[in-house]
Design a protein around this ligand. Structure first.
Ligand code: PEP
Length: 254
């Protein structure tokens, strides 16, 4: 069975105190279920604090971005070695905010995926279309091209270790959510695309949905055959709501 992953993307939110409180709340109710990964991705400056506070709790830690460069004169960046040093296991890459606000291209994202894998961390590769692209009927082709950029750069084998997050840009932080059918269609298309090269790898790949997933809609989304978890922004900043999504994910494995 594929891994189910519930990942909280805290974006650029919180202070040391509010993060301590949020994590205490998550730790108090996080389910320990075989095959379910609960992951939090705090702002990089709080990774050390968060990792320390987690202790033995079944919560993994991820970063929201990383440089593809190993070290040197890259002011304001951080490296994979630093993330390893802090005990980070996952890195979100190619989030639509990185693509649209910071100009990351498919090629940049593919380089970061390659570097992350080489360092032994797990990339969460974000893909997804804008509303204009969906309205123009370009969703499946666009998402396929975003996935293909990584296949071409690194090879299909890398998807044995990569997690994909399908995040329609129009649903991120907007309160709009893809319907379970819309999300399932894209998830199934991604899996079929990769299955064309390697059916086993495609079958084992965890594909998360992201875009205004919350306590109210998680169960229905997670019940879809090809939705293997969620990448959650706003709703991950409230422990109760995040835990409700984790519980729905645990339930979806039964
Ligand atoms: C995200 O940032 O990856 C995200 C899905 O945000 P939200 O849940 O707030 O839409």
């Amino acid at each position: 069975m594929r891994k189910t992953i519930v990942a909280g993307n805290w974006k650029m939110n919180g202070t040391s105190e509010s993060i301590r409180t949020l994590l205490d709340g998550i730790k108090a109710g996080v389910p320990a279920v075989d095959g379910l990964v609960t992951l939090v991705c705090p702002p990089a400056v709080y990774l050390y604090q968060v990792k320390k506070q987690i202790g033995d709790a079944p919560v993994a830690v991820g970063a929201q971005n990383v440089s593809a460069q190993p070290k040197g004169a890259f002011t304001g960046e951080w490296s994979l070695e630093m993330l390893q040093d802090l005990g980070c296991e996952y890195v979100i890459l190619g989030h639509s905010e990185r693509r649209s606000l910071f100009g990351e291209t498919d090629a940049d994202v593919a380089d970061k995926v390659a570097a992350t894998l080489a360092a032994g961390l797990i990339p969460i590769l974000c893909v997804g279309e804008t509303l204009a692209q969906r309205d123009a009927g370009e969703t499946l082709a666009l998402v396929a091209a975003q996935v293909d950029a990584v296949v071409q750069r690194i090879g299909i084998e890398c998807f044995a270790s990569v997690v994909i997050a399908y995040e329609p840009v129009w649903a991120i932080g907007t309160g709009l959510t893809a319907t379970p059918e819309q999300a399932q269609e894209v998830h199934a298309a991604i899996r079929a695309q990769l299955a064309g090269s390697d059916a086993k790898i495609a079958d084992k790949l965890s594909i998360l949905y992201g875009g205004s997933m919350n306590a109210g809609n998680a169960a229905e989304l997670l019940a879809q055959q090809d939705i293997d978890g969620g990448l959650i922004g706003g709703a991950s900043l409230k422990a109760d709501e995040f835990l409700t999504i984790c519980a729905a994910a645990a339930e979806s494995r039964k």
